[in-house]
Ligand binder design. Structure first.
Ligand code: CAA
Ligand code: NAD
Length: 286
């Protein structure tokens, strides 16, 4: 397919996930606008996309021309309404807070073309509840990417009861065009990924609290003993302790399973600003 016919993409939220989603969409040939309420976040995001593209070129995973093309196709904006006015696909990647996401979707609904596909990168929240904030919920779908987006091949497409066949087909085509392997998952808390991954992460933190072993050795147990690519504590650092705390609270409440209840140590670390990789300190120093 000619890249000229690809829908333009607007990614809202330029943090850990948003910058990566914008990057892979730009590499795939979409014109992309990355939006954030914080100008500093936008600046950091552009720098991180640049570093990531450089690294991919250096490793021979991407041609220099393709990287230059992606840079040229990626723009930034501070205002949501102006940015989404001509969008074909909108991907929301703001923090894991249902009320914030609903408020944003209502704004996007009012300003985006009526045919635009509206995706949310939520890790755990109800897609149906987010979709209820727009006039036509059938065009809202879960587009759950994984961190770091340029390296992770999965896209979890989360379908709520009212989603249209067209939205589902467009989401799958978008994912395939980005080179992602898609799975289709029902809109139940934590979907197919976070429900398993977060259970492991929370238990690993409780094991640190219990003094089972050091964080490094608990991670080593899973890396060497179970062949996980990264241990659950290092992964919690990479995701962000604040992000996982919000997911854990939501899953504990909706699934009624205490395994998801965030441990005391996690709450203390988040309160102290120890958010993991993005703040420089978590279970590891970054
Ligand atoms: N862009 C380009 N390069 C990147 C990068 C990025 N965004 N992030 C890291 N890299 C580079 C590193 O700089 C490093 O480069 P060097 O080798 O030159 O030092 C390299 O990638 C890392 O390479 P490795 O050989 O160590 O590892 P790998 O290539 O085999 O795998 C990985 C990297 C795929 C990220 C692997 O570490 C992994 O699988 N980690 C686990 C990731 C994971 O589980 N993610 C899911 C998180 S949960 C989630 O996302 C959902 C949610 O809702 C919270
Ligand atoms: P983050 O905190 O790194 O970034 C969020 C960004 O959104 C910030 O830059 C913030 O300034 C911006 N923002 C907040 N409100 C906004 C608004 N109303 N309009 C525009 N910008 C706004 O968050 P993240 O880790 O990228 O997570 C984003 C979403 O992706 C969450 O729903 C999270 O659960 C999900 N997710 C996270 C990961 C991960 O590994 N961190 C993986 C998959 C999915």
């Amino acid at each position: 397919m000619s890249t000229l016919s690809l829908p333009s993409v607007v990614v809202i939220g330029a943090g850990t996930m948003g910058h990566g989603i914008a990057q892979v969409a730009a590499v795939a040939g979409h014109a992309v606008t990355l939006v954030d309420a914080s100008p500093a976040a936008l600046e950091r995001a552009v720098a991180k996309v640049g570093q990531s593209l450089d690294k991919l070129v250096e490793k021979g995973k991407l041609g220099a021309e393709a990287a230059a093309g992606a840079r040229a196709r990626l723009g930034v904006a501070a205002g949501v309404e102006d940015a989404v006015a001509g969008a074909g696909i909108v991907v929301e990647a703001i923090p894991e807070n249902l009320e914030w996401k609903k408020a944003l979707f209502a704004r996007v609904d009012a300003a985006a073309p009526s045919g635009a596909l509206l995706g949310t990168n939520t890790s755990s929240l109800s897609i149906g509840a987010i979709a209820a904030a727009v006039r036509d919920p059938s065009r809202v779908i879960g587009l759950h990417f994984f961190n770091p987006v340029p390296l992770m091949s999965l896209l979890e497409v989360v379908v709520h009861d009212a989603v249209s066949d067209d939205a589902r087909a467009r989401a799958l085509a978008f994912g395939a065009g980005l080179g992602k392997e898609c799975i289709v998952v029902r809109d139940l808390p934590g979907f197919a990924t976070s429900r398993l991954g977060v259970a492991l992460g929370m238990e690993a933190i409780r094991m640190v609290e219990d003094g089972v072993a050091s964080a490094e050795d608990i991670d080593k147990a899973m890396v060497l003993g179970y062949r996980h690519p990264v241990g659950p504590l290092r992964l919690t650092d990479m995701v962000g302790l604040d992000v996982r705390l919000a997911i854990g609270e939501h899953l504990a409440a909706t699934l009624g399973n205490p395994a998801f209840t965030p441990p005391r140590l996690m709450r203390e670390m988040v309160a102290a600003g120890q958010l993991g990789q993005k703040s420089g300190q978590g279970f590891y120093r970054w």
